[in-house]
Design a protein around this ligand. Structure first.
Ligand SMILES: *Cc1c(COP(=O)(O)O)cnc(C)c1O
Length: 348
């Protein structure tokens, strides 16, 4: 029987294990020197004035909305074709989610649909760079409404030569186990506004404050941060390796009927996911690949409008029906990609 090929895997080495073990053994586990060091290295990596670590990407999104004073009576625009973490964050602050359809090309939020959904109550737009492919963030940032860039899937990607995370009022990141780099669970908020960074820093920690207000426990631990430091150092190599594997997929699949991922002009993607679209429903192929022990996934489990019983998202509906996410991560090898492509094309 053939070997099981997982859909995603963190890339871990002895350096990661040693770094975490050292902090665990030190007995200094809570947010402290390691978190400060990770924040500083992340800040330098992205060349931003400040970075604040959090317990997850969801926590980062929640604090980003709070830092922008988004609350009851406000509307937040977000794409429908995305995980529920974004919807949750909007609902945590009591705002109303306004869903937008996506673009056929790179599966990111449609600028045209965003423009249609803007009202007097629109307080923020959340723009995820889906599957590692930069959205048209320049056009959206120019609409004059504060933008939260969700870079959970796209750390290291850039648009017009400028890294994602630096275009919006706030950028957020996730270091969940399956993301571009892993701290198990973890997140980061970046901004160039001192006021926003100070608020996020204040809100993530409830203890030892002069004045009471509603705050959270959204801190990262020091052993997670130690892993963040070693993972961040290897991120450029991870990105290179993903690009090689994506090229490998492209070579094997470009003569098939599949629609392959495309980045928009002037966008440099990081291939967090390799999402292909069939010319029909993906269900049979997904099942067939599982029988060959190749784990593929739905790129998005269910679009948000399906949960909310809303209609009018034709592109997301069509993509949801036909899209499939193939395994891609630095420890996957070229032979695996070849094998996956052979099984996949045989089923088309
Ligand atoms: C994973 C993810 C999140 C949530 O991050 P967590 O660390 O899992 O809370 C938010 N947005 C996008 C686009 C994601 O992929």
């Amino acid at each position: 029987m053939s070997r099981l090929i997982p859909h995603s895997r963190p890339t871990l080495g002895q350096d990661d294990v040693r770094a975490v073990a050292r902090v665990v053994a030190s007995g200094m586990h809570a947010q402290g020197a390691q978190v400060r060091s990770f924040e500083e290295k992340f800040r330098k990596f992205l060349e931003v004035p400040g970075a604040v670590a959090t317990s997850s990407g969801t926590a980062a999104l929640h604090l980003a909305l709070m830092a922008l004073d988004v609350g009851r009576g406000d509307e937040v625009i977000l794409p429908t074709y995305v995980c529920t973490a974004l919807l949750n964050a909007v609902l945590y602050v009591g705002a109303r989610p306004r869903l937008a359809d996506i673009e056929e090309g790179d599966l990111n939020i449609s600028v045209r649909d965003v423009q249609k959904k803007i009202t007097r109550k629109t307080k923020a737009i959340i723009v995820p760079h889906m599957f590692g492919f930069p959205a048209d963030i320049r056009a959206i940032a120019n609409l004059g409404i504060p933008v939260i860039e969700d870079c959970a899937q796209a750390i290291g990607a850039s648009f017009h030569g400028k890294p994602v995370g630096r275009w919006g009022a706030i950028g957020i990141f996730s270091f969940y186990a399956t993301k571009m780099m892993s701290t198990g669970e973890g997140g980061m908020v970046v901004s160039s506004a001192r006021r926003i960074l100070d608020r996020v820093r204040d809100l993530r920690d409830y203890d030892e404050k002069q004045r009471y207000r509603l705050r959270f426990n959204y801190k990262m631990t020091d052993f997670q941060a130690a892993l963040g430091v070693t993972q961040l150092a290897k991120l450029p190599a991870f990105i290179k390796r993903r690009k090689i594997l994506a090229d490998c997929y492209q070579n094997h699949l470009e003569s098939s009927d599949l629609k392959l991922p495309v980045a928009r002009a002037s966008a440099k993607p990081v291939f967090f996911r390799y999402v292909v679209q069939l010319d029909r429903s993906k269900d049979a192929v997904l099942k067939g690949l599982r029988q060959h022990r190749i784990c593929c996934r739905l790129p998005v489990y269910r679009p948000l409008h399906a949960y909310l019983n809303e209609r009018g998202f034709p592109v997301a509906d069509s993509v949801f029906k036909r899209a499939l996410s193939l395994p891609i991560y630095p420890s996957l090898n070229g032979k695996d990609v070849e094998w996956i492509c052979r099984q996949l094309t045989a089923m088309l």
